[in-house]
Write a protein that binds this ligand. Structure first.
Ligand code: CP
Ligand code: NVA
Length: 305
C-alpha cells in the first residue's frame, strides 16, 4: 500500500507534485464546465474541522467533495470533544476510522502536524497561522490561466507578512517566478520562512518596505487583510502600521500595464484594498475564489483516490 500523503504546506511539496495539482485542476475545471459528471470519490468521506470561521474554504471543499461523488462533514472544533480537551492525537486516530481524508483550519501549524502524524488518512491544511497552501495553489492556477506560465513573471505581495505571504514564499521555493514582499518592518514574514527563502529558493525573493518600489514592473499584485483571524485585539495598532500599504489605483498604476490584482478574500474594502481596485479591470479576485474549488478537487482526488 502506498503511504498516505498530506498537504500541510507548499514547502513540503516537490515541484512535480505542485505541477500535478495544477494540471489536474485545469482538467477537472474543464469537465465541470462541460457538465460532465465525474465521481472518483464515490463512497468516500472528508471530515472538515474548523477552529476559525470560513466562507470559501468550507463551501469549496464541501461542494468539491459533492462534485467528486463523496461526502463532506463539517465540524466546528468547539463543538467536538476537542473543545473539551480531548487530545489532537486521539481525535486524529478516531476520525481516521470513519473518514478517508481530513481538512483542518486551525491556529497553530504544530496542531495540524500533530494531527497528521496521528492520522492514518490524508490531512489537508485549510489555513493555519503559518500558511494557506490551498489558497496560493488557487492563485497560481489563476495566474496560469491568464498568463500561461509564471516563469518570468514578477509577483509583488503587499501588506502583512502573514500566512498568505508565507505560502507565496513557499511557492517561490519550488516554482520559478520573481517574488517581492513589501511590508512594514514591524510586520515582516516570520524569520524561519525568510531563512528558507535565503537558503533554498529557486526564484528571486526580495523583501522590501516600500510598496511602490515593490510593484515596479510587477505582473501580479497580491494582498490580504491587515488583521488576520485571531488578531482582532491588535486592530487599531495594525491599521496604523499598514496605512502606506493600501492597494489603490495609484499603486496599481505604478505596476506593469496589464498587472493582475489578487486578494484571497475576505477583503476589507477601504483598508488593504479600495473598491475601485477590487471592482476594476485588473482584478482577478473572484476568479481566484472560484479556483479554490477546482484546485481543491484536484488535491482531494490525488490524495484520496
Ligand atoms: N480565502 C479563504 O480562505 O477564505 P475563507 O476564510 O472564507 O475560507
Ligand atoms: N490572513 C488571513 C487569511 C484569510 C483567508 C487570516 O488568516 O485571517
Amino acid at each position: 500500500m502506498k503511504p498516505k500523503k498530506d498537504l500541510l504546506s507548499l514547502y513540503d511539496l516537490k515541484k512535480e507534485e505542485l505541477e500535478e495539482f495544477l494540471t489536474r485542476a485545469l482538467e477537472l475545471k474543464k469537465k465541470q464546465k462541460k457538465g460532465e459528471l465525474y465521481h472518483p470519490l464515490k463512497g468516500k468521506t472528508l471530515g472538515m474541522i474548523f477552529e476559525k470561521p470560513s466562507t470559501r474554504t468550507r463551501v469549496s471543499f464541501e461542494v468539491g467533495m459533492f462534485q467528486l461523488g463523496g461526502l463532506a462533514l463539517y465540524m466546528r472544533w468547539i463543538d467536538t470533544q476537542l473543545g473539551r480537551g480531548e487530545s489532537v492525537a486521539d481525535t486524529a486516530r478516531t476520525l481516521s476510522r470513519y473518514m478517508d481524508g481530513i481538512m483542518i483550519r486551525t491556529f497553530s501549524q504544530a496542531t495540524i502536524e500533530e494531527f497528521a502524524r496521528n492520522a492514518t488518512v490524508p490531512v489537508i491544511n485549510g489555513l493555519t497561522d503559518l500558511c494557506h497552501p490551498c489558497q496560493i495553489l488557487a492563485d497560481i492556477l489563476t495566474i496560469r490561466e491568464k498568463r500561461k506560465s509564471l516563469k518570468g513573471l514578477k509577483v509583488a505581495y503587499i501588506g502583512d507578512g502573514n500566512n498568505i505571504a508565507h505560502s507565496w514564499i513557499h511557492a517561490a521555493l519550488r516554482l520559478q517566478f520573481d517574488l517581492t514582499v513589501a511590508c512594514p518592518k514591524t510586520h515582516s514574514p516570520a524569520a524561519s520562512v525568510l531563512e528558507m527563502a535565503q537558503r533554498e529558493a529557486v526564484s528571486k525573493i526580495t523583501l522590501l518596505h516600500d510598496p511602490f518600489e515593490a510593484v515596479k514592473d510587477a505582473h501580479v499584485i497580491s494582498t490580504d487583510t491587515w488583521v488576520s483571524m485571531g488578531q482582532e485585539k491588535e486592530y487599531r495598532e495594525r491599521i496604523k502600521a499598514f496605512q502606506n500599504f493600501q492597494v489603490n489605483t495609484r499603486l496599481v498604476e505604478a505596476a506593469a500595464r496589464d498587472v493582475i490584482v489578487m486578494h484571497c478574500l475576505p477583503a476589507h474594502r477601504g483598508e488593504e484594498i479600495t473598491d475601485e481596485v477590487m471592482d476594476g479591470e485588473h482584478s482577478a479576485i473572484f476568479d481566484q475564489a472560484e479556483n479554490r474549488l477546482h484546485i481543491q478537487k484536484a488535491i482531494l482526488e490525488l490524495l484520496m483516490s
